[in-house]
Design a protein around this ligand. Structure first.
Ligand SMILES: [Zn+2]
Ligand SMILES: [Zn+2]
Length: 738
């Protein structure tokens, strides 16, 4: 139910923006306004009561979403804290809701309070049946997988109240289908997890004995029940199918990606913090389910209609906030499984390469709610295709040269990698130290499948080796909230986005037309990380693959000794009582083009950067260019000093240097007449902002000086090539990024 306050102000006032007063009895809070009370409590402190009684803390605006068909008209409502009046709300949440035509979406709100095979079983069956029958082109999961893990839990003796662990080698007939389980083990002090150990191995694998079902933790019992419902005789559970003696885990752990890739369906105990949490629970919450009906009349801005209201971040809020998905390593399991049933606290979600659905929206999320989930589906589907192609290639003669990952072979990978990292870093709100390990699982698959790793296209700490100089210009999407935690900084170098907590925009890797300069390594070759030799001794970090152990990056580039940031050009979008100009479009992920256009929420943090004269630090260097700086984390900037001083290392520079000005669309006609052919044009490019790193011991015990760590990135434009040449001639320097 939408409350009467929301109804009259938003839906019946005929306006496109306004303030919203929270209903005074809490009981009347609705989907649209209830969360505002929570936010106010967090941010307003002792001023809360007065603020609630007299003032409107939030402003709302509505606009129509762009749409392909008239029948699919939908609207978006934004709520933003009124920071102009309440500066305390600076960091309060903003929220977005979609209004979807009630006829265009099937909604099921008649849900049983108790999750169980009786209540949700038919729906799970229906999703799987539909996927098998209707998604043959995209979700072709073979009935008999091409690969099976070393051991599986056999459920055929379930009627006798026990299960048996079977070695798969001597299994007769075609390879059996198996389901898998993704779950949190739980920390020390929590419930004990049952494990396959040398001491119980004979009993657990003996067909006459096995494990009593009653001995299994809740998660396993529920998973077993669902496996039988899906007509799978076998289930793979890590603690029971890999001998937990340390040794076997080292070899079998490497094959984990194959286990999930070949799973008939992955069961994810998303809401459960430990092994006794269970997949089936009482529905822990129904808040945010959405689907509330609103009817509007001709008088409203929406026109006459029946609408369903949904929170825009449906998938993230309902699913990705669950304990399981706050663990970074589960990213890999989620990405590689062709089909997943997620058991969240509110409802069960279905995911395959074709559809993301949930109990409330059983036919699939409508496109308005599907942006983030569709990126993941796309990724998942691409990974299936790689595998298939690879299977076919194995039978054919090996290709003469290794395939090129980026470049002409499949440009779309570039995009999908960028979007996935963008979405993943945006979703992951915890300060998980293993966020990079999570992406690593997927990167490894992509790299291995393309037979890369020949040095030309290697992967390390979140970036790819080729055209690394371009990638170093990644940008923090929300520097006001982003932070470099000490934990992450110890693990990952500052030039890797993994060192920063907060959403990241990766930059495209294709070099721009007209690019004539790029930073190099100390020998003048392409900038690239050096991976430790495979057999090099590891220093205490056994779990970290060598691809993630690289720390220092050798860079030779134009180095501007002193750069000072002056003033903040633009910060957040100023909220006034004028009708705000909201950029159209969903403001989806990706980014890349433009100066953060279409991102009304965060605003842009752009500082002007002034370069100072190398000989005299007090005089500003006179140069033609406009340099704009984008910090990784504004708090880090403030900590550095009041008047932020740093150094600039130019990464790339482009401009049509050798062409005459006739090609410059900005040059006026008179100017053109003055142009001499071959005269320089304006240069633009990117750079990183760095400060001297603390002198610390490095692994090899050498080269302590010239080590710099990253603070942000910089874009410049309008630099004359004379100025650029001057910089290049006098400022080239060798340094280490750490
Ligand atoms: Zn309301
Ligand atoms: Zn499917």
């Amino acid at each position: 139910m939408i409350c009467s306050g929301c109804k009259s102000s938003i839906f019946e006032g005929g306006r496109t923006w306004g303030h919203h007063q929270l209903p005074s009895p809490k009981a009347e809070y609705c989907l649209l306004c209830g969360w505002q009370g929570e936010e106010a409590r967090v941010w307003m402190g002792s001023n809360l009561q007065a603020a609630l009684e007299k003032n409107h803390l939030y402003r709302w605006t509505i606009h129509r979403s762009p749409t392909f068909r008239e029948s699919e008209v939908s609207c978006t409502i934004h709520f933003r804290p009124d920071v102009g009046r309440f500066p305390q709300l600076q960091n309060a949440s903003m929220k977005k809701f979609h209004l979807i035509g009630a006829e265009s979406v099937r909604v099921n709100l008649a849900l049983d309070n108790k999750l169980g095979t009786e209540s949700v079983g038919p729906q799970l069956d229906a999703w799987l049946d539909h996927c098998r029958a209707a998604h043959t082109g995209r979700c072709a999961v073979p009935e008999s997988p091409p690969w099976v893990p070393k051991r599986l839990v056999d459920l055929s003796t379930l009627a006798e109240g026990r299960v048996v662990i079977r070695e798969t080698k001597p299994l007769p007939g075609p390879r059996p289908r198996f389901v898998t389980l993704s779950h949190c083990w739980g920390g020390p002090g929590g419930p004990q997890m049952i494990r396959l150990l040398p001491g119980n191995r004979d009993v657990f694998t003996d067909p006459a004995r096995g494990i009593q079902v009653g001995q299994l933790p809740r998660n396993f019992q529920d998973a077993v029940e669902i496996a039988r419902l899906l007509e799978a005789r076998y289930i793979w559970i890590d603690s029971l199918c890999i001998l937990q003696d340390g040794e076997e885990f080292k070899t079998e752990g490497q094959l984990m990606h194959l286990v999930y890739r070949n799973s008939y369906c992955n069961l994810a105990a998303a809401a459960s913090r430990h092994c006794e949490g269970g997949l089936f629970q009482e529905r822990q919450r129904t808040a945010g389910f959405g689907g509330d009906i609103v009817e509007t009349s001709e008088k409203s801005r929406f026109g006459k209609g029946r609408w369903r209201v949904f929170p825009a971040e449906y998938w993230s809020d309902q699913l990705l906030m669950e304990p399981l998905y706050r663990r970074g390593w589960v990213f890999q399991e989620r990405m590689l499984s062709p089909r997943i049933l997620h058991f969240a606290a509110g409802q069960v979600f279905w995911d395959c390469a074709s559809t993301t659905a949930c109990e409330v929206l059983p036919d699939g999320l409508p496109w308005q709610l599907d942006a983030a989930s569709s990126t993941e589906r796309y990724w998942r589907e691409r990974l299936q295709l790689i595998e298939k192609k690879q299977g076919a290639a194995a039978a054919a003669p090996a290709p003469a040269a290794p395939q090129k990952f980026f470049g002409s072979a499949d440009v779309s990978f570039e995009t999908f990698w960028r979007e996935a990292v963008g979405n993943y870093t945006a979703c992951d709100l915890t300060q998980d130290t293993d966020r990079l390990l999570a992406v690593w699982g997927v990167a490894k698959l992509v790299r291995d499948q393309f037979r890369l790793g020949n040095g030309e296209e290697d992967y390390g700490v979140g970036l790819w080796c080729s055209q690394l100089a371009e990638q170093l210009a990644w940008r923090s999407r929300d520097p006001g909230k982003a932070a470099r935690s000490p934990g992450l900084s110890r693990l990952w170098p500052s030039w890797s986005w993994a060192s920063l907590v907060g959403p990241i925009d990766l930059q495209p890797r294709s070099s721009e037309p007209g690019q004539f300069y790029s930073a190099t390594n100390h020998e003048g070759g392409a900038v690239c990380f050096e991976l430790k030799a495979a057999d090099a001794p590891r220093n205490g970090s056994d779990d970290v693959p060598r691809e993630l152990q690289t720390k220092r990056l050798a860079v030779r580039g134009v180095f501007v000794g002193v750069a000072v940031l002056v003033g903040e050009e633009q910060r957040t979008t100023v909220i006034t009582n004028e009708e705000p100009n909201i950029n159209g479009g969903g403001g989806g992920g990706g980014g890349g083009g433009g100066e953060d256009a279409g991102r009304p929420e965060g605003g842009t943090y752009a500082y002007t950067l002034r370069l100072q004269h190398p000989a005299d630090e007090r005089t500003e260097m006179q140069s033609t260019g406009v340099f704009r700086a984008f910090p990784d984390s504004t708090s880090e900037f403030v900590q550095e000093s009041n008047n932020v001083q740093c150094h600039l290392v130019i990464l790339t520079a482009s401009g049509n240097q050798d062409q005459d000005w006739g090609d410059d669309p900005w040059a006026s006609e008179e100017e053109e007449e003055d142009q001499v052919p071959g005269a320089p044009a304006w240069i633009h490019g990117t750079g990183v902002l760095v400060v001297k790193a603390d002198l610390s011991k490095d692994d090899d015990g050498k080269d302590h000086c010239q080590q710099y760590r990253r603070l942000g990135v910089c874009n410049f434009e309008g630099l004359s090539s004379d100025d650029f040449n001057r910089l290049e001639q006098s400022h080239i320097s060798d340094l280490w990024l750490v």
